[in-house]
Write a new protein. Structure first.
Ligand SMILES: NC(=O)C1=CN([C@@H]2O[C@H](COP(=O)(O)OP(=O)(O)OC[C@H]3O[C@@H](n4cnc5c(N)ncnc54)[C@H](OP(=O)(O)O)[C@@H]3O)[C@@H](O)[C@H]2O)C=CC1
Ligand SMILES: Cc1cn([C@H]2C[C@H](O)[C@@H](COP(=O)(O)OP(=O)(O)O[C@H]3O[C@@H](C)C(=O)[C@@H](O)[C@H]3O)O2)c(=O)[nH]c1=O
Ligand SMILES: [Mg+2]
Length: 302
């Protein structure tokens, strides 16, 4: 089975490439700029067709939440129009699409974890553009899995774990918001979940449970709790450490408004697709061991 994933350097794309590397039964081809540019819709079909995929994974996106407030048009072009083009190309090639979406489609007013049937109400441009992308994907290709995930980190790209480790190496204390709740999710786990889902509908041609799913790390916390566990994991590995001070969202002004509660329930994914992510703390430790190792391990040469 061959997967084509959009975006070449994204966290999910690189995690998928790594997960497939050790497997005979799956190949992952990353298709990104300049060949596939979501801001140039005419590039999408030819670039994906050339990869001859059995399944398309739509992971490329405009992901800068604050900057999206100032670049609304570009965010919608990439996350809505571009995502729709990717799903349309998959349909044209006769294959299903797994499209990544976000917890930020919700406003965070719910008391409890969001299920897939809950009403969406994004607070910012990024969330609104991703919600428009979900609709474009669903309209373009009936064989879609819209996979909402959240708070993604990995050994790759830019993410909260890397930011916290960097800040810890030059500060004694980091102030982090403690009133926004959610589910930290490792892109390495997302890659496993995607390969599991892809294998399911590659094997079962009559698979008919397409639709919206939530898939996040097991358990929940707030950004401060997430930061604190990153520090514990790093310290245990001999890496940098800082103490974490709880602050309120009002003490950390940002351009975009974020949901106070964006916890997602992965129960549908578990029930239908029979797969569940590891506890979020274990996954943080797995990623930290790679990031901290890189900085502290002596090289074999020299
Ligand atoms: N990061 C997170 O916390 C979360 C992410 N998601 C969603 O999951 C998916 C994967 O996220 P993640 O891997 O973290 O993303 P990253 O921010 O790590 O990577 C985004 C990728 O999109 C590519 N991209 C951006 N603009 C374009 C464009 N115009 N044309 C082609 N490619 C483009 C980038 O390309 P380049 O390498 O050239 O810059 C990059 O490869 C996204 O859909 C995101 O919305 C959902 C919840 C949380
Ligand atoms: C760096 C830093 C952030 N924060 C806060 C800001 C914010 O509320 C929270 C997380 O910061 P980030 O900039 O990583 O957050 P953000 O970019 O909003 O992360 C989001 O990205 C998009 C793509 C998604 O889809 C979401 O699921 C989510 O992961 O922590 C602090 O309180 N202290 C700090 O030192
Ligand atoms: Mg392989």
């Amino acid at each position: 089975m061959r997967l084509a994933v959009t975006g070449r350097e994204g966290q999910v794309a690189l995690s998928l490439i790594e997960a497939a590397r050790g497997r005979e039964d799956v190949e992952v081809v990353a298709v990104g700029r300049p060949a596939l540019d979501l801001a140039r819709p005419e590039t999408v079909f030819p670039a994906l067709a050339a990869a001859r995929p059995d399944i398309v994974v739509s992971a490329a996106a405009y992901t800068n939440v604050d900057q999206a407030e100032d670049e609304k048009e570009l965010a919608f072009t990439v996350n809505a129009t571009g995502a729709g083009k990717v799903a349309e190309a998959a349909a044209g090639l006769g294959v299903p699409v797994i499209h990544l979406s976000t917890d930020y489609v919700f406003d965070g007013a719910k008391d409890g974890a969001y299920v897939v049937t809950d009403a969406t109400a994004p607070l910012g441009v990024y969330g609104a553009s991703k919600l428009a992308g979900e609709k474009a994907v669903a309209a373009a290709n009936p064989r879609h899995l819209i996979l909402r995930t959240a708070w993604v980190y990995s050994p790759f790209g830019k993410n909260f774990v890397k930011t916290m480790l960097r800040l810890a190496s030059d500060r004694d204390e980091i102030s982090v918001v403690a009133d926004q709740w959610g589910n930290p999710t490792s892109a390495l786990d997302i890659a496993d979940a995607i390969l599991h889902a892809a294998a399911t509908f590659d094997r079962d041609k009559a698979f008919d449970a397409f639709g919206v799913y939530h898939l996040v790390g097991t358990g929940e916390t707030n950004w401060s709790g997430f930061a604190r566990h990153i520090m514990e994991a790093s310290q245990a590995l001999g890496g940098p450490h800082a103490s974490v001070r709880d602050i309120a969202t009002t003490d950390y002004p940002t351009k975009a408004k974020r949901p106070p509660n964006s916890r997602l329930s992965s129960v549908k994914f578990k029930d239908v697709l029979q797969w569940r992510a590891p506890p979020w703390r274990a996954s943080v430790e797995a990623v930290a061991s790679r990031l901290v190792g890189v900085a502290t391990k002596p090289t074999m040469s020299a």
